[in-house]
Design a protein around this ligand. Structure first.
Ligand code: SF4
Ligand code: SF4
Length: 443
């Protein structure tokens, strides 16, 4: 079990003067933190449980559009898996909210320890530790409320959630879910932190299967025995491992912090660092291959990766096309034949009855005009056209198709129900059948 730094442990190693990987990670963490907050607010990715809607790339998908939802989620998963194959645990290291907040919690704890030590140096150690504990848990507690709010926004409309939060709602299901999530978030970032990555998260276990000889890894390469055994790379590692043991340790997230540590120490003794990013266990360093084309240096180093990239592009194009071609107004027509196949009205016309169901999946009001095509002499009996449907609303209307008495139509005729939205003029044709009474045989 790796030794995770806890609240009572000694502080981590003094930060290096220049830590390029660390600094880059901090900037990218900030970027992904903003992405994490923005996704539900701009409906870029959100699953609204009360409304049973899935939002992807700003498009509102209804739960009955399961195919698109499924393929959107599969694409996201496929993208992360492909990323792991190319660049190792880049998602864990740079984009995973669990890692971002765990490291932030550690940094906050460390800063508060220094602040307490500096400003309350005359206090006994126990009192200083108590103050440090209270401050750390206080900050993590406040942050947990915010993080839980963002997290639940992925499942509940953010404005609705804010209203519940401002009214301290812990009675309704939403309020209870918020309180429980806040508590779990607090326990996670106060106590569990990176232990979650090495014990519960299944993604770490997948890495072994996804990486190969061309995957970008952090590894220890010391053929000339230059390592001075300072162990700074071990002390800096938040995952509590020694990179010198193997680049394939399940705890290693390929963050590069140990590269910074080794580089700093080895610069002082005028030696090259022995921990570095490299393509695969025996591959070239990240910074080498300068004579190779740009795509090769980007990691597209073999046929397998080219195929994965092509599949990704095809997948993304197909998904983009499906989303752009999606009709925001869903129309369904069904015949009503539970009691009778046809009826005869007061004028003696033969009628077939149908039911039209219209769902407005867009964010604006829509109007739908229904007509029929391909049935000679028939008329449509549907009052109050066009049919108005408000955003998110589903409306149902019944209508009849009538043909004059004595019509020469066969027993079963095929025709189409046409629908057209206004003002977008999106047309849809739905195949239907019209049934006539069976003609009596003349003796
Ligand atoms: S061994 Fe190095 S790259 Fe791996 S998690 Fe630790 S610091 Fe990061
Ligand atoms: S930081 Fe570099 S030199 Fe120091 S123990 Fe680690 S690998 Fe060896």
């Amino acid at each position: 079990m790796p030794a995770i730094v806890q609240i009572n442990d000694k502080p981590p190693a003094t930060p290096a003067a220049h830590r390029p990987h660390h600094e880059r990670r901090r900037r990218i963490h900030l970027f992904f933190f903003l992405v994490f907050c923005a996704l539900p607010f701009f409906n870029l990715m959100r699953f609204d449980i009360p409304k049973q809607r899935f939002y992807f790339a700003g498009v509102e998908l209804w739960i009955n559009e399961f195919a698109i939802i499924f393929f959107s989620l599969m694409f996201t998963m496929f993208f992360i898996v492909a990323l792991s194959m190319f660049y190792g645990r880049v998602y864990c290291s740079y984009a995973c909210p669990q890692m971002i907040f765990s490291e932030t919690a550690l940094a906050v704890e460390d800063r508060l320890r220094r602040w307490v030590t500096k400003n309350f140096i005359s206090w006994p150690v126990e009192r200083r530790q108590l103050l440090h504990r209270v401050l750390t848990y206080g900050v993590i507690g406040a942050a947990s409320v915010f993080l839980a709010f963002i997290f639940i926004s992925y499942f509940v409309e953010p404005r609705d959630l804010l209203t519940r939060l401002l009214h301290f709602d812990v009675i309704t299901a939403g309020g209870i879910a918020g309180a429980v999530t806040t508590l779990i978030t607090f326990l996670d970032f106060a106590f569990v932190r990176q232990k979650f990555c090495t014990t519960l998260c299944p993604y770490g276990y997948l890495q072994g299967m996804l990486s190969d000889k061309n995957t970008l890894l952090v590894q220890y390469k010391d053929p000339n025995h230059l390592c001075i055994q300072c162990k700074k790379c071990v002390r800096i590692c938040h995952m509590g491992i020694d990179i010198r043991d193997s680049p394939f340790q399940i705890e290693c997230i390929h963050c590069g912090e140990c590269i910074d540590a080794c580089e700093e120490i080895m610069t002082r003794v005028n030696r090259p660092p022995v921990v570095e990013y490299a393509w695969g266990q025996d591959g070239a360093k990240l910074a080498s291959d300068t004579d190779k084309p740009w795509w090769y240096r980007l990691g597209i180093r073999d046929a397998k990766r080219k195929i994965v990239l092509v599949v990704m592009l095809c997948y993304a194009s197909a998904l983009g096309t499906a989303l752009s071609m999606r009709n925001p107004v869903m129309v369904r027509v069904n015949p009503v034949r539970t009691m009778k196949l046809y009826t005869t009205n007061a004028e003696g016309e033969i009628e077939n009855h149908f039911r039209v169901l219209i769902s407005n999946r867009s964010s604006k009001s829509e109007f739908v005009v229904v007509s029929i095509d391909g049935l000679a002499g028939a008329r449509l009996d549907l009052a109050q056209q066009p049919i108005a449907v408000q955003p998110g609303e589903t409306t149902e209307r019944e209508f009849a198709v009538a043909v004059p008495q004595g019509s020469a139509l066969p027993l079963v005729s095929h025709f189409r129900v046409m629908t057209e939205t206004q003002p977008d003029a999106r047309r849809q044709a739905i195949d239907m059948t019209f049934l006539m009474p069976a003609k009596k045989e003349t003796p």
